[in-house]
Design a protein around this ligand. Structure first.
Ligand code: C5P
Length: 256
């Protein structure tokens, strides 16, 4: 098959033209970046694990009625998705203080928040994805009031579901980042959950030990990054092997 046309290359993923005009192929790379790409590495097998974990999460969310861009997984590293116009917002939902919230507000990492909090950042790498207020979104026309209301509602439902899903496998969902896009439909457009949900975009701590099972292992030089992602996949039942054994990614897919 002829190689598809590359449309966009991001820090952790590549988007190719899809087989139909309203689809894309999303390819998960092994590249990891942090601090707005000032820190970079290649982590063997990360893309394969994120492809599988994101597929699993998107399918579960679709089952509870969250519309997503995910159509089907194509192979180890690629999934077919609906082509959306990405809304230029990083939507962050937090249950426990960590990361930039702890730094900004002086709240100790690990302190449970009085309620789940939704934050917005502008998707602008050149500005370091700054935190913005909802007012900015309306004033600058990045999304309408109705879209923002829908996004907040969906984000809180996603948070509720994912908190329960991860609690069931002994993991605390500290926070996560999601993105949304507009997908054309007959009478306008529909807002879909887009991008990915994976240990790259969530903070996941073991309930008993507080061990970090997410990208903070890379950001903070804690080591064993891929092994932690593999443990998440293993606890979700996506891969069958014992996470203590070295990664053998060849066992996690049979249709590539
Ligand atoms: O760094 P910060 O504390 O703001 O991150 C909050 C959550 O959003 C974390 O789970 C982090 O992994 C995720 N995030 C992301 N992409 C970014 C910024 C944050 O996935 N560009």
């Amino acid at each position: 098959m002829a190689r598809r046309k590359k449309l966009y290359e991001g820090k952790a993923k590549i988007l190719y033209e899809g087989p139909k005009s309203d689809t894309l192929v999303q390819y998960f790379k092994d590249d990891a970046t942090a601090f707005n790409a000032q820190k970079k590495a290649t982590l063997d097998g990360k893309g394969v694990l994120n492809n599988r974990i994101s597929e699993f999460v998107m399918l579960r969310l679709a089952e509870i009625g969250i519309p997503t861009h995910f159509i089907e997984r194509l192979n180890m590293r690629e999934q077919l998705i609906k082509k959306v116009e990405i809304i230029p917002l990083e939507v962050i939902c937090r249950n426990v203080a960590a990361g930039t919230m702890s730094k900004r507000l002086g709240i100790e990492e690990g302190e449970t928040l009085p309620r789940s909090i939704v934050e917005f950042c502008l998707k602008r790498d050149d500005l370091g994805d700054p935190l913005i207020a909802e007012e900015h979104i309306h004033a600058f026309g990045w999304a309408s009031q109705a879209e923002v209301d829908e996004i907040i509602g969906m984000t809180l439902r996603i948070n509720d579901y994912l908190q329960g899903m991860f609690a069931g496998i002994g993991i605390r969902l500290i926070d996560f980042k999601i993105e949304f896009g507009r997908y054309p439909v007959a009478d306008g457009h529909q807002i879909l959950l887009a991008d990915e949900i994976s240990p790259d975009s969530c903070r996941l701590w073991d309930r008993e030990t507080n061990k970090k099972l997410d990208k903070d292992r890379f950001r903070r030089d804690l080591g064993d990054v891929t092994e932690a992602y593999q443990e998440v996949a293993s606890r979700l039942g996506i891969i069958k092997e014992n996470p203590a054994t070295p990664p053998n990614l060849s066992v996690i897919s049979n249709n590539d």
